[in-house]
Design a protein. Sequence first.
Length: 339
Amino acid sequence: MTYMKKKSIIKTIERFVLELFLITSAIAIFLLIATVTWNSYSPRHNQAWGATFSIPYAHYLGLDWKNVFTNSMDDLGIRLFRIPVYWNTVERQQGTYDWTAYDWIVDEAEKRNASLVFVIGNRVPRWPECHPPEWVARLSDTKRNKAIESLLRETVLHFKEKQTIIRWQVENEPFLKFFGECPPLDEAFFKQEIALVRSLDPVRKIQVTESGELSSWLRGAQIGDVLGISVYRTVYNSLVGFGEYPFGETFYQHKAQYVKKLVDDVVISELQAEPWGPDAQRDQPVVMTPDQMKKVIGIAKKTGFREVYFWGVEWWYMMKEKKGNSIYWDIARDTVKGR
């Protein structure tokens, strides 16, 4: 990665976090004013612990992605994954699709009775958020949208008979417009994407994701069947350095209560469990110590949300295999296995 590219990413993150603090403060005030008369979310013993798994991120960390995925199941015991399908890897040439890697993931998951949530569309997890193939840059907005519809159609039709896929997530945090290198949100087109996936597979529910701290969750809850939210604790801004959100589990419980009549379920689709900052390796002792990981796990447990997807399984594996530090991997294993 070039210096200028890193600088661009850092500036985007800084802008994002600054706005994050402002918006979160406004939401916190709203929640304090709002009256919550009954709370259906409480700690439960049958929480399902999963992980988001990214093939390109495993490559970026210098790992064999197949080993990371299989060890996540065989050693950690994870049986629930959120799998981003990266457009720039499955349709390098327009109209020609290569599903080899994702077929392999589905097959390995089936062998172990694991369940998958496929994330599909242009905007899926991991930087730079949007992952279009190079040829998309030559298209007009209208033709780009048509290409995205083709991607959705081909993905759903190819995988819809696979019972291990339990839900489709369409796009990722689409309303978080100030984070990522993406075209401006066209909300009308996003709703068309949802409608298209529903028409192709009327059986499976559709997941829509929102920032846990930066939104009321209303827009996502009104569109999707399942609402996925992110939970981040330690964030960074060049003006104020590192900061930690003061919110506990009730912050998320109250927001879930607020939207509960609009959506079938609320899950934690992204639980921070790896460093996030200008330099992940340098900042790791600040952003994600073992105690901090345990703290955020404790908050997730207390929310009572039925499913929790870790963010960082690739990083834990890298720390274990390349740095000789298995503490994060071990904490995750104990959590998944209920120890």
